[in-house]
Design a protein. Structure first.
Length: 558
């Protein structure tokens, strides 16, 4: 009898030890949800529940978790958007243009320089005229850029993939067509580079991130196909901050051509650096929250961030479905106008693209324009203020009457977690697989940490933030109804985040150089889908200055 009791006790002890060891080694997915879990979550969200309320919630939370587990078994490609589409159009929106038209300014005669390598810094308009008049072939020009990419690409760490074979084939095709009298327009035969989140069949699309460094997407992005059909020549896939943040990618830090001791900023790091250094005729970048504005500023380029829903994102890495935008980075405003003319418009794939006309005419009378300026932002003390004050003075000299305006007082910065939540969803599998540990940057302000803490953003708060976003859209509509555009310090106040949330177009261009030789910039914000006037107006300002005509000394032809 005593032996039986002893055996029973042993069995109970073994079972108990096994149970507790099982609890200690239980996988995260097997952790039980308890009222303590709710208490911990309440502390994170600032909510309070009674003990009875917590008990009542338990079974439903367990069911939610079961649903999450089922959802995670479904493979969702990065290219699949959510069923909900963001629409930046306010209730009272009336398009400025009923039909579209495009008229370039007169370029006059353009000649080939004695040192042909100097062509590397010619504008798209100038290069187009040389190719159209057959003073130079696309093949000659393409080889100039390929040679410079090979010479300087590693120095700037701005090239992920050199597409030499493809480029030479496309250049030859352009030359053959032009010789046969089939001229496609001002991008025909012009070499350019793509930010390496736009896919091209047969070539890697790495997203600048170690987990995807060998990724080949069997799809041509819509932007690439539109540029291909325009006759443009792809010479390189250019670097980007890993998963579209900053200038650090798995190959290093992309450098600023004006100062090789600092990065080029990002995330369109390679696009901005390569354009400024004369390694491409123009480039394509993307912006979610400053990824065209910031590197264009650092590298002294002219960048266009179009209205949200202007350019198809088909075949492009998704970071934030309600904020991602694609635009050109060029040497001049009119170059941006030309490139945009070929890449905008619906493709029947990206359902966020709105079919709105685009009209560009460089003839602008300043007296007909209502230009606002962010008075409070310009009045504050900040770095490079003197350059911005000179810009305001130049605009007045050109005949623009500057109207002081102020933006919304809603808590714009507090809405930034909209981006974090969407980005965490876009890279959910990366986080759950722990492959986010492969990313180079592992600090607080980098994607791995953001993806993780974004998992704790409640769905209700995400929706509430988007409701406030809608209120801001309506308020911005009231502001923009009284003006045609406004000028702002590129990083003044909350303007950069606000206009990325509302989807308004922006032109950023150089407006001076600091004592160390690095460029600074100014930004202009236009009305929704009114890129044409925004470009024409800023072209007038740019042509009244010479900042865009300067190039980094270290990369000038010898």
């Amino acid at each position: 009898m005593k032996r039986k009791i002893f055996l029973v006790i042993v069995i109970i002890i073994v079972a108990a030890v096994g149970f507790f060891l099982g609890v200690l080694h239980r996988a995260p997915d097997e952790e039980e949800i308890s009222t303590d879990s709710i208490t911990a979550f309440s502390g994170l969200t600032g909510l309070k529940f009674t003990d009875d309320e917590k008990e009542l919630m338990l079974e439903d939370l367990k069911e939610h978790k079961e649903s999450y587990m089922k959802i995670r078994k479904v493979k969702i490609d990065n290219s699949v958007p959510p069923a909900r589409q963001f629409n930046p159009i306010p209730a009272d929106f009336i398009p400025y243009y009923k039909t579209g038209s495009f008229k370039m300014s007169s370029i006059g005669e353009v000649n080939v320089p004695d040192n042909k390598e100097a062509l590397a810094f010619y504008s798209v308009m100038e290069l187009a005229e040389l190719i159209r008049t057959r003073k130079i072939t696309s093949t000659e020009l393409t080889n100039i850029y390929l040679d410079r990419l090979k010479k300087y690409g590693d120095r700037l760490k701005c090239v992920i993939t050199l597409t030499e074979d493809l480029a030479l084939k496309q250049a030859k095709r352009a030359d053959d067509e032009i010789a046969a009298g089939k001229y496609r327009g001002p991008l025909h035969g012009i070499p350019y580079g793509l930010k390496d989140l736009l896919s091209v069949k047969g070539y890697k699309t790495t997203w600048g991130a170690m987990p995807y460094k060998d990724q080949v997407i069997d799809e041509n992005s819509t932007v690439y196909m539109k540029l291909r059909d325009a006759g443009a020549v792809l010479v390189a896939k250019l670097s980007m901050g890993a998963l579209a943040w900053g200038d650090v990618w798995y190959g290093g830090t992309t450098k600023n051509p004006w100062n090789l001791e600092e990065g080029s900023s990002g995330s369109s790091a390679g696009s901005a650096a390569a354009t400024a250094a004369g390694l491409v005729g123009f480039s394509i970048g993307t912006e979610t929250w400053g990824s065209i504005v910031s590197p264009s500023t650092r590298c002294g380029d002219t960048g266009l961030r179009p209205t949200f829903g202007r350019v198809s994102r088909a075949g492009v890495m998704a970071l934030s479905w309600s904020m991602d935008k694609i635009g050109p980075i060029c040497r001049t405003v009119e170059d941006c106008a030309i490139v945009f003319n070929y890449i905008y418009g619906p493709d029947g794939i990206d359902q966020s693209v709105i079919d709105m006309p685009y009209s560009y005419n460089p003839s602008i009378n300043p007296e007909d324009i209502r230009m606002g300026y962010l008075k409070t932002a310009f009045d504050e003390e900040y770095d490079n203020k003197s350059f911005d004050q000179e810009t305001l003075q130049k605009l007045r000299e050109l005949g623009f009457e500057l109207i002081p305006i102020e933006l919304t007082e809603y808590p714009v910065e507090a809405l930034s977690f909209i981006l974090y939540a969407e980005a965490a969803a876009a890279f959910d599998e990366l986080t759950r697989s722990n492959r986010d540990d492969m990313l180079v940057r592992q600090v607080r302000y980098a994607w791995p940490n953001v993806f993780r803490h974004a998992r704790l953003i409640p769905a209700v708060e995400y929706i509430q933030a988007n409701r406030i976003r809608k209120m801001i859209i309506e308020e911005m509509s009231n502001i923009m109804n009284d003006i045609d555009l406004y000028v702002a310090p590129s990083f003044g106040g909350n303007n950069l985040l606000l206009t990325n949330l509302t989807g308004h177009p922006c032109i950023v261009l150089p407006n001076g150089f600091k004592e160390n030789g690095s460029p600074v910039s100014i930004s202009f914000i236009g009305r929704l889908y009114d890129e044409g006037r925004l470009l024409a107006i800023t072209r007038l300002y740019q042509n009244a200055t010479a900042f865009h005509l300067k190039h980094p000394v270290a990369f000038k032809p010898r």
